[in-house]
Ligand binder design. Structure first.
Ligand code: FAD
Length: 386
């Protein structure tokens, strides 16, 4: 019996698991798949900027239990191990797993797929926060803070920050119910390769919703004082000031979930060195897809393109065939949702119509097809036959 071990049960893993199970593992005698992940549910990060707004979207719009999805596979062909990879020995083909229940378990693999993604910084529930339970707890406490706050501060000028400021602006700032500040380090929100025109429109739309823009500034310290958090802000000219909030929402980027891998497998930023055949550099039996890999920016669009490639390439690898080369995405596509009625974005060097992005992304933030994504039947761009 040969074993394919998949680490992770997020956007990159979900379609791969189902498609490889159905096309390969279930059709051959000598194969089995083991999936290792700490989350009992599939999490849909793309809608989280709206989910944090109390009363907007229920948890079950963005978290889907994995057990009913996995139940259809026979036990001798498929196993789900609830835990986190804590060590990898590529020379012995062994992954050590720290089980959620407490103990460790060593799992041998013939082929390993690393799809462990990246976690949000600052203990934020934008993505899986250790376990599904902990993510839900943190999400609910954040929603409580937002509900009772007079002043809300979103910090970090990327996509998550801009979209979260937009959702909060739409819900509260526009009507004057609460003050919403958006602290970001550039002149404008977002950063190249996002077009200047898209960045400007993001700023204009946020200002229209009366979001208070604090440009060229970073949060250098956050101190909790009872129900308040006192933020120390530093402007680009070096001057400092403070801002007091009852709901501090940092959106300062992601860290790759790769601490289990030997340092020799990682690049300088902690991402797994990934070849254009989506293998871990120097390890023909280890594949890498999604945010954990070094090849492309951590975006769902890239994660799904890599996964779709590997769905075709993995059976060839199992048969000892030559692997096709993955074409790195060179077209920057961005959709930026700005509240529940506006959006902006681009395709390559072209700014797209606001309405188009609102229609494709902003209306539902993918929650209309996320259950199918969780089940591995669909991605943003592809619907599978099986
Ligand atoms: C708020 C937000 C909005 C976003 N919006 C967009 C967007 O509009 N467009 C876009 O293209 N991208 C967007 N992204 C990025 C997108 O969510 C990621 O690129 C995508 O989730 C990557 O998929 P992944 O499977 O590689 O990682 P993840 O989805 O992070 O999944 C990783 C999986 O691995 C598990 N895991 C972690 N550590 C271990 C371990 N040690 N062992 C085993 N399993 C482990 C996790 O629990 C999880 O199951 C957004 C991200 C955020 C946070």
């Amino acid at each position: 019996m040969k074993t394919i071990v998949v680490l992770g049960a997020g956007l990159a893993a979900a379609p791969l698991m189902r498609q490889i199970m159905r096309t390969t593992v279930l059709t051959r005698n000598n194969l089995k798949m083991i999936v290792v992940a700490p989350n009992t549910h599939f999490h849909w990060p793309i809608a989280m900027p709206r989910v944090v707004v109390p009363g907007q979207m229920a948890d079950d719009k963005v978290m889907f239990p994995l057990e009913p999805i996995f139940r259809e596979y026979p036990a001798d062909k498929f196993e789900f191990v609830l835990g986190k990879a804590s060590a990898l020995d590529p020379s012995g083909n062994i992954v050590t797993v720290a089980l959620n229940a407490g103990d460790n378990r060593a799992i041998s693999y013939d082929t390993l797929v690393i799809a462990t993604g990246a976690s949000a910084k600052d203990d934020m529930p934008w993505k899986v926060l250790d376990t599904t339970e902990k993510t839900v707890e943190r999400l609910h406490s954040l929603q409580r803070d937002i509900k009772s706050a007079k002043t809300i501060v979103v910090a970090g000028g990327g996509l998550t920050g801009a979209e979260t400021a937009g959702e909060l602006g739409f819900e509260y700032a526009k009507s004057g119910q609460k003050d919403v500040y958006f602290v970001h380090s550039g002149d404008l929100p977002l950063a190249p390769p996002v077009l200047q025109s898209v960045r400007k429109q993001t700023q204009t739309e946020l200002e229209k919703m009366k979001v208070k823009m604090v440009a060229n500034t970073t949060v250098t310290k956050a101190t909790r004082m009872g129900r308040d958090t006192v933020l120390e802000l530093r402007a680009a000219d070096g001057s400092t000031t403070t801002l007091t909030t009852q709901a501090y929402i940092p959106t300062t980027g992601v860290t790759p979930n790769t601490a289990f891998a030997p340092a020799s497998m990682l690049n300088g930023h902690g991402y797994i060195k990934q070849t254009t055949r989506l293998q871990a550099e120097g390890h023909a039996d280890i594949f890498v897809v999604g945010d954990a890999g070094s090849l492309e920016a951590p975006k769902a669009q890239n994660a799904e393109a890599q996964t779709i490639h590997l769905i075709k390439a993995l059976p060839l690898h199992l048969d000892g065939g030559a692997l096709p080369e993955y074409q790195v995405n060179t077209k920057d596509v961005y959709g930026v949702t700005l509240g529940r009625s506006r959006a902006t974005g681009q395709m390559g060097g072209f700014k797209l119509f606001s309405f188009l992005i609102w229609y494709v992304k902003g209306r539902f933030l993918g929650t209309d097809y996320a259950p199918l994504f969780a089940a591995g039947k669909k991605t943003m761009m592809t619907t599978f036959e099986k």
